[in-house]
Design a protein around this ligand. Structure first.
Ligand code: SAM
Length: 266
């Protein structure tokens, strides 16, 4: 579009800065992350989150949402630049990249700023390590009407490109908080509803849990499961039955089962 700066060089400083957002250290230092595609940008705009930088491919087709993204980016003080296809491909690390990319500010909610009563359920994840799992859980939490996801201890980054892709835009829709185990335990003591842990050695079935809303569901690490320390901080630990030969469910799948079981009870 006329008036937009056109970047054609792969070594341009803006391009280098956006590519660097694939690295956790750079994301943490800049407090920014990359989201790809018009759907994501539409979700962000609907949540009042305009991109800091909107990169529009030279061959992007006209679309009312793209016009809105351009105008809201500029209104919020961000920049809109036109880029070539090779630049989009380089940034996205894909041969067929999305034609619109946005760079956004990361938004973590302070643990103490969470109002548990604003949603029937919340999810807390202990040391989640797989970005695909984390993104899927954020998406599922949004779909089930949960308020957000609390990351306990050393977790993977919810703002990595892989995690953000797996959220399908829900990264903008739910609250994301992080806490050490100690801070989480102090905060949990004030939780007004049920705190439900998930463990393979639990004796209660997941449907038997008496649930007082808002429910806080604790999920464990992909390898080690929920630690004894966090399991002991729960009102109740439950198990989803394993009827075949598999000894456990994938973390994101188990979270989905728990979220729907709990929200349909409350
Ligand atoms: N080897 C691990 C263990 O012993 O817990 C398996 C961890 S599992 C892949 C990851 C997380 O998903 C668990 O910590 C738990 O939160 C949840 N999960 C998976 N299958 C479950 C089940 N059948 N019942 C309850 N929670 C389950």
């Amino acid at each position: 579009m006329s008036g937009e700066r056109l970047i054609t060089s792969l070594t341009n400083d803006t391009v280098k800065a956006v590519r660097a957002l694939h690295m956790r250290k750079e994301r943490e230092q800049s407090g920014r992350f990359l989201a790809e595609g018009l759907k994501f940008i539409g979700e962000a705009l609907d949540q009042g989150r305009a991109p800091r930088l909107l990169l529009v491919g030279q061959d992007a087709r006209p679309h009312p949402l793209l016009d809105r993204a351009r105008s809201e980016t500029l209104k919020a003080g961000g920049e809109v630049v036109a880029v070539t296809h090779p630049i989009l491909a380089k940034i996205s690390r894909k041969e067929n990249p999305q034609t619109v990319l946005g760079v956004f500010d990361q938004a973590y909610t302070d643990l103490d700023a969470i109002d548990p009563t604003t949603a029937p359920a919340w999810v807390a994840l202990e040391q989640v390590r797989d970005p695909g799992n984390l993104g899927t859980i954020i998406r599922t939490a949004d779909a089930a009407g949960a308020g957000g996801v609390i990351l306990i201890g050393d977790c993977c980054d919810p703002f990595s490109t892989e995690a953000v892709r797996a959220t399908m835009g829900s990264v903008f829709a739910v609250q994301i908080a992080r806490a050490s185990v100690e801070d989480f335990l102090i905060w949990r003591a004030r939780w007004p509803g049920s705190v439900i842990g998930t463990r393979l050695d639990a004796t209660h079935g997941y449907r038997d849990a008496p649930v007082r809303a808002p429910a806080l569901i604790l999920m464990g690490n992909e390898q080690a499961g929920l630690t004894d320390r966090l399991a002991a901080a729960c009102d109740l630990n439950v198990k989803i039955p394993m009827r075949g030969r598999a000894d456990s469910l994938n973390l994101a799948i188990a979270t989905g089962v728990m979220l729907y079981a709990v929200t349909e009870k409350s």
